[in-house]
Design a protein around this ligand. Structure first.
Ligand SMILES: [Zn+2]
Length: 115
């Protein structure tokens, strides 16, 4: 399960950066192309953190839309489907602007925010 290994990676990074302090909230930015199912990710997060120092820590998912920029006509398109075609002129000569993100945006330790 894709989400489970993803959560494990997030938990490992958060634990490392928390430096032994309690973490209340973790915000992750996940691009559309990552095809992560939010509910599944939250469920996995509970499984992974249960019984660890991160138990009870809230996982907040910031979904980043897939945006492409067309080299032919210059238009930026937001994609619903992972098909790299300009919605303006149908050109496939496009550059990916966003949608492949997978990063931890912030970690809230008790009383302070670490970015
Ligand atoms: Zn175009």
């Amino acid at each position: 399960m894709h989400e489970l290994s993803l959560c494990q990676a997030i938990a490992d990074t958060v634990s490392e950066r928390a430096e032994g302090q309690r973490v209340d909230r973790v915000e992750v930015r996940i691009g559309h192309f990552r095809q992560v199912v939010p509910d599944s990710l939250l469920f996995s997060w509970e499984l992974i953190t249960d019984g660890t120092e991160l138990a009870g820590c809230e996982l907040v998912i910031d979904h980043v839309p897939a945006v492409i920029s067309c080299q032919a006509c210059g238009q930026e398109s937001t994609l619903d489907m992972p098909i790299l075609l300009c919605t303006g002129c149908q050109s496939s000569d496009v550059r990916l602007v966003s949608g492949e993100e997978l990063l931890i945006a912030s970690i809230d330790r008790t009383g302070e925010r670490v970015s």
